[in-house]
Design a protein around this ligand. Structure first.
Ligand code: MG
Length: 339
């Protein structure tokens, strides 16, 4: 198996601001694994706050030698090998994992969703994410989302303008909302008051309300909140799933945190064991990682896979999307098509 890759700057349609930072583009690695005439496509999206970069990805890929694996199907062994090479680096590991799944699908002539027993007719609605911004830009983004057919919006909160932001959105649409505080709420009593106010505004879930380190605060809020809470920053890989029980109602799985589809599928099973709900999320991603997430989305309760709609130079066709949901096509592998 041979790995080739290139660095790519994925431009955002609008500068993206959340509670902790703002940015205009995201470095991604577009990766391909060649095997007996088949080509598997993968992607690493390396948002700066996660600590990976072009240089860390390059250094990691230099160490990777898949020649001892004569076949791409041994996912458990390959993931273990990648984890033994270096701790961390989940995004570039995800790029390899996604490319291998695309390859496995193409070789076995099955769509990736079928590899996981995931059924396209159970696809949940996906949200369109709106970052912290001026009222004019927020209204423009809401109109973009409506034009693209979205039926759900996700609003980034966590600053002192939270109520104004929600009121601005409510001046243009009554679509149901998810909110993501990105650890921005510090006081649990204020958080609870906000949760009640948000429930009245048609908000259906709250992602990472308080800092991930404040386990007791998040658990206290979860117990009392009228809206389900979801751990995102607190839940990276498999070992974090069980720890989320009793602290949040659900977990946010992202392939760029879980090191790819294989571990994400294990996390889904583990979450079900602990009666945790599941949101499948994304970073700024092209169609490759988005379709990998969408392949697993029918196994989850909620989806936030808006990458291709928030970026302006996706090098692939935008996946099929109708009435707020991705349509998984019966194509081998991920079903990614080049422009
Ligand atoms: Mg989040």
């Amino acid at each position: 198996m041979q790995i080739i890759y290139k660095e790519y700057n994925l431009e955002l349609k609008y500068p993206f601001t959340i509670a902790k930072f703002s940015r205009n583009s995201t470095p991604v690695v577009l990766l391909q694994i060649n095997f007996q005439g088949f080509k598997g496509l993968g992607e690493a999206s390396m948002v700066p706050y996660m600590g990976e970069s072009f240089s860390s990805a390059k250094a990691f890929l230099k160490k990777v030698d898949l020649s001892s694996f004569t076949y791409p199907f041994k996912m458990d062994e390959i993931i273990e090998y990648l984890d033994d090479l270096e701790v961390g680096q989940p995004a570039i590991k995800a790029a390899i994992d996604i490319a291998l799944h695309d390859l496995i699908g193409k070789i076995s002539q099955k769509p990736c969703y079928e590899l996981f027993g995931s059924s396209p007719d159970k696809m949940p609605l996906t949200t369109f994410t709106i970052g912290i911004d001026t009222p004019e830009i927020i209204i423009k983004k809401v109109n973009d989302a409506l034009a693209d057919g979205f039926k759900l919006l996700k609003i980034k909160l966590g600053r002192d303008t939270d109520k104004l932001l929600i009121e601005t959105i409510r001046s243009v649409t009554d679509l149901p909302l998810y909110v993501d505080a990105n650890q921005g709420w510090i006081d649990k009593n204020q958080g609870l008051e906000m949760a009640y106010w948000l429930a009245e505004q048609g908000v259906l879930l709250i992602e990472q309300p308080m800092p991930k380190e404040d386990v007791d605060g998040n658990a206290w809020l979860t117990e009392r909140s009228p809206i389900p809470t979801v751990g995102d920053e607190a839940v990276q890989r498999f070992a974090d799933v069980a720890k989320a029980k009793g602290v949040y109602c659900g977990i946010n799985i992202k392939l760029m945190k879980s090191a790819g589809m294989y571990e994400a599928s294990k996390m889904i099973e583990e979450a079900r064991k602990h009666q945790l709900k599941i949101l499948i999320g994304c970073m700024s991603e092209t169609s490759v990682a988005t379709l990998a997430g969408a392949a697993l989305a029918p196994l989850c309760d909620w989806a936030d896979l808006d990458g291709p709609f928030l970026t302006s130079n996706n090098p692939y066709h935008t996946p099929q999307f109708k009435n707020g949901k991705y349509i998984l096509e019966n194509l081998n592998g991920l079903g990614v098509e080049h422009l």
